[in-house]
Structures are given as structure tokens and as C-alpha cells.
Design a protein around this ligand. Sequence first.
Ligand code: FES
Length: 140
Amino acid sequence: MTSRNPYIDEPDIRPPTRAYTVSFVDEQGQRHDVRVEPERIPFGDHGLPGSLLDIALGNGIEIDHACGGVCACSTCHVIVKEGIESCNSPGEAEEDMLDAAYGVTHQSRLACQCVPDGTRDVVVVIPGWNRNLAREGHGS
Ligand code: FES
């Protein structure tokens, strides 16, 4: 699976140049902090390198990603509660996908397309419909 869709424009990505933290929070309030070291990017091969999906999957946190992270579905929909100003702007294809997504807010992003630049820490809520938060340390 490739990490980008060749039929869409590349969003305006500014890769991080310093370490920062992404906190993934589920609807029960369970929080998983991930320290993102720029030299570890990409963590895997799903979503844009350094995207919230790339970071999550590479650190044992599950976010649904039916299309494999190429901006062709909306199953990776997350809410960026803090730090959205440090992320790339959504491209036209992402906005089109979000238009059809459930429960969209003005802080909604597709995790596979949203790449923070590392200038501040980011807090991401994984909605209940995308609730398989952590494969690790998730007691039930
Ligand atoms: S995984 Fe399909 S759009 Fe992100």
C-alpha cells in the first residue's frame, strides 16, 4: 500500500524539525501520549509520512483506515482539539471526504492527511465510531 494517492494534490506539508507530543484521547478520556521524533518519520506506510495516522499506527494506537491512508474514505476522521494551527491545511480531496463524514466539526481532519509541523503539541480525539484506540494497555 502506498502512502499517497497520485490523483490528488499534495497538501502544504511542513515536516517537523523538532520533537513534539501528540496525545490521542478516546471518548472515555483514555489518553496516550506519543513523543514524535522527526528522524523516526515515517513510522510506517499508511497515510502521509508524519501524519496523525502514521504516528498512531506506528505507536500501537489503532485508527480505522479503510482505504489504507490515501484520502479515499473518511474512516480515519479525528478531531484535532489542540494544535490544529500547527497542521497542514486540508486539501480539496480531504475536504470532499470530510463533507460526507459523520459527526464533522470545524476541528475535524482525516488522520491520514493531517501532518503537524511540530511547533506545538497536538491533542487528537478519536471519536467513538473510530474507537479501537489502543492495542496496548487497554484493559478490556
Ligand atoms: S484512511 Fe481513508 S481517508 Fe484516511
